[in-house]
Write a protein that binds this ligand. Structure first.
Ligand SMILES: Cc1cc2nc3c(=O)[nH]c(=O)nc-3n(C[C@H](O)[C@H](O)[C@H](O)COP(=O)(O)OP(=O)(O)OC[C@H]3O[C@@H](n4cnc5c(N)ncnc54)[C@H](O)[C@@H]3O)c2cc1C
Length: 355
């Protein structure tokens, strides 16, 4: 079998890359092992313009957020699914200091941070003593709907192999790559944390980061916004279901859920909610994060037919469509990649002998 590109992984990165390559009329095959705990299957899908306690604007917010909104909207139309919706964040201040800090951001004219006029509006659902504010616009990418819908398209068109990719079976030649019975001009790894064990890319400064999540049922809470008080409470596509999370652990023994998180989060919900809830599931996953918090996009300096779209960290839902399009344009029209994302910045490290 001969294709232009072999793509490894159908998380949010592989989904968007295959989408844009298809738009360009390129032939490709995706190999994905359908792992149940990949980062994309655990993410809430939040596309948030600010980050951290100080509500600092995220990297490239003004370019990437509107891009993501249009991209998800468009793929949603094509697949006939709701792929994105706007759900602003109502942030309940956990302390008077946090309230002061939030109000300061408003005074500084942070364009995403706003006061909330009806301070008592959420009184029947939540206990909160120090008021609330609003972050907007915030979007939710419905990746729990999008990923299976795109997968289904790939399966129908016979463009997906559901199996484990084995790096030892990859043969790399100057003008093409061969994997089992597949020959392609290039192979592109969109395989999340698996790339940390990939001999071509294991020298990149990955910094995997574990996150845990509870899925809870709160039948009486209106699913019109995201709520935040330390943790985020994010409405899921299924009526009544909410995603609660998450933690950020740089050091961890394994990727399994912990009793500590479950107990702590359950107790936080008991203190915060005035209405009944029940825990439906407890999940955990590892984000393919990077030391300098920028994605890895582009081609290996020595093996120019081996590429990567990875390192999306905590922001895969916003970054993946934008950088998948850049990579597709780079492949099809030789357009340059954003230098902060292009793996050319690691040329020296990657030029060491592949082990
Ligand atoms: C708890 C948690 C909450 C998060 N919340 C958000 C959020 O709200 N917003 C946001 O933007 N981001 C969020 N993220 C981060 C987001 O999930 C990631 O940035 C993103 O999903 C990474 O996508 P990816 O496609 O690059 O990698 P992955 O999602 O890891 O996808 C890789 C794919 O490759 C497949 N694969 C791997 N190895 C192989 C192999 N050898 N053979 C075949 N297939 C293989 C896997 O099965 C998977 O399908 C969260 C992450 C976690 C853990």
């Amino acid at each position: 079998m001969q294709v232009d590109y072999l793509i490894i992984g159908q998380g949010i990165s592989g989904t968007w890359l295959s989408y844009y390559l298809q738009k360009e009329g390129k032939s490709f095959l995706v190999i994905d092992n359908n792992s149940t705990n990949s980062s994309s299957k655990i993410a809430a899908g939040i596309i948030n313009p600010v980050t951290g306690r100080r509500h600092v604007e995220v990297w490239m917010a003004e370019e990437i957020l509107p891009y993501a909104w249009h991209a998800y909207h468009q793929i949603g139309i094509e697949l006939n699914i709701p792929a994105i919706s706007q759900k602003n964040i109502i942030e309940f201040f956990p302390s008077p200091q946090m309230r002061v800090s939030f109000l300061q951001r408003i005074e500084e004219k942070n364009q995403y941070v706003h006061s909330y006029p009806e301070q008592n509006h959420f009184n029947s659902f939540f206990k909160y003593d120090f008021g609330c504010g609003e972050i907007k616009p915030v979007y939710i990418a419905h990746i729990e709907t999008l990923l299976p819908a795109w997968r289904q398209q790939l399966i129908i068109k016979k463009l997906l192999l559901e199996e484990e990719f084995e790096i030892n079976d990859l043969e790399v030649f100057p003008d093409n790559i061969i994997y089992k019975n597949i020959s392609a001009s290039a192979i592109i790894f969109c395989d999340g944390n698996s790339s940390t064990n990939n001999p071509y890319f294991n020298l990149l400064p990955f910094a995997p980061n574990k996150g845990e999540v509870l899925i809870v049922e709160i039948p009486d809470l209106p699913q019109t916004t995201i709520y935040k008080k330390g943790m985020m409470l994010v409405p899921l596509a299924t009526p009544g279901l909410w995603w609660v999370g998450s933690t950020y652990a740089w050091k961890f023994e394994n990727a399994e859920p912990t009793t500590e998180f479950r107990e702590k989060t359950e107790s936080l919900l008991k203190d915060w909610l005035k209405i009944p809830f029940s825990i439906v599931a407890h999940l955990s996953g590892v984000r393919p994060a990077t030391l300098e918090r920028r994605p890895f996009v582009g081609f290996h300096p020595l093996h120019t037919n081996i590429g990567i779209l990875n390192g999306m960290g905590t922001k895969g839902c916003s970054l993946a469509p934008f950088f998948a399009k850049q990579l597709a344009d780079h492949l099809c029209y030789n357009k340059i990649l954003n230098p902060e994302a292009d793996i050319k910045r690691f040329q020296k490290i990657l030029s060491r002998k592949v082990s």
